[in-house]
Design a protein around this ligand. Sequence first.
Ligand code: PLP
Length: 377
Amino acid sequence: MHATTVLELDLGALRDNYGEVSRLAGDRRVIGAIKADGYGFGAAAVARELDACGAYGVWTGNPEEAIALRGAGATGRIIMFGGCLPGRIGELVEHSLIPTVHDVDGLATAARVGEQRGEPTAVYLKVDCGLRRLGVPVARAAAVARTIGADRWLRLEGLYTHLPFGDAEGGEWALQRSFAFRDLLHELSRVGVTPKVTQLWGSSGLRSALPDPSNAVCVGQLLYGFSPVADSDPLPGTFRSVIASLTTRIIHIGDHTDPNAAPASAYSFGTSARVGVVPVGTADGMRAGWRGRAMHVLVRDRPVPIIGVTLEHVMVDLDGLDHADVGDEVVLIGASANHEVTLAEWADWFGCSQLEVAVSFLNRLPKRYRGATVIRG
Ligand SMILES: *Cc1c(COP(=O)(O)O)cnc(C)c1O
């Protein structure tokens, strides 16, 4: 099957970004965040590359995805860091996935699972240092960690928290909140509780080089080439976008020059004489321009305006071109001889972040990988 629309993903860029992250991480372990199907890039493909790069493991956010990853042949360490109901912990352990516990109910279940299996359940304990999402409140975390230590059916493999931020003010908040995690690690080490993996920072903390008392980083955005603090701090050129291009073809050209053609109205797609139909629509992550922003794609090395967006299609105004044919290539992301459309432009047009654009495009459009290191038969 030859898909008309193709999102080309460059796994070489992912590996290069891993190299950059690894340099920033110094002697800390690097764990790859592959939640949300590897941020849309495909959890299985990303996990294989990160494994080949020597990542300590991957952290996933959803039990179905984690189990599917094992089914796809992933053999490395997979830690479940999204929440799940305590009742599913047994199932995770069966699939050699390391569960996170984020409350006391989860602990009791994990201990029961350990007892049933006759071996302690290795768990990561998630601590809430102020994000107010998942986790045991930091003030109670030392007591919970000691409870785990004292339970013969539990083993505290890791301890982590999450303090993401997107601007300088957030960075100050994260730094202040991180001291609570630092103090927790000190307190635990004084009583002899030293989990193998401790982790505080993701992309934003790593990129901002905030002080780190832990021994691992868990990074998503930087690996995929997104700046976690975009506006104030674009990534150095050594980071590359994993999205190499998004291209499709014109599938229909409507000729509206015929004097008998229906006249344009407020309900029709513009007044153009020639309307090209492109098979990428709302269901593929396309949206209308935020606050009426003008958007364009490239056809025959010329920017052509988007004049309508529907569930499966966008309509483009071809009047500015001398000539266009059904089957002509349409560049949504990428370069032609003299022009380029970037993810950053789509983010500006949609009024959202590059990560949000990427995730919505990656959700349904057919992906094609290039540059894989690991060839699987
Ligand atoms: C998503 C996530 C990360 C990675 O965040 P990035 O900003 O993409 O690097 C780290 N830790 C936790 C708990 C997460 O949910």
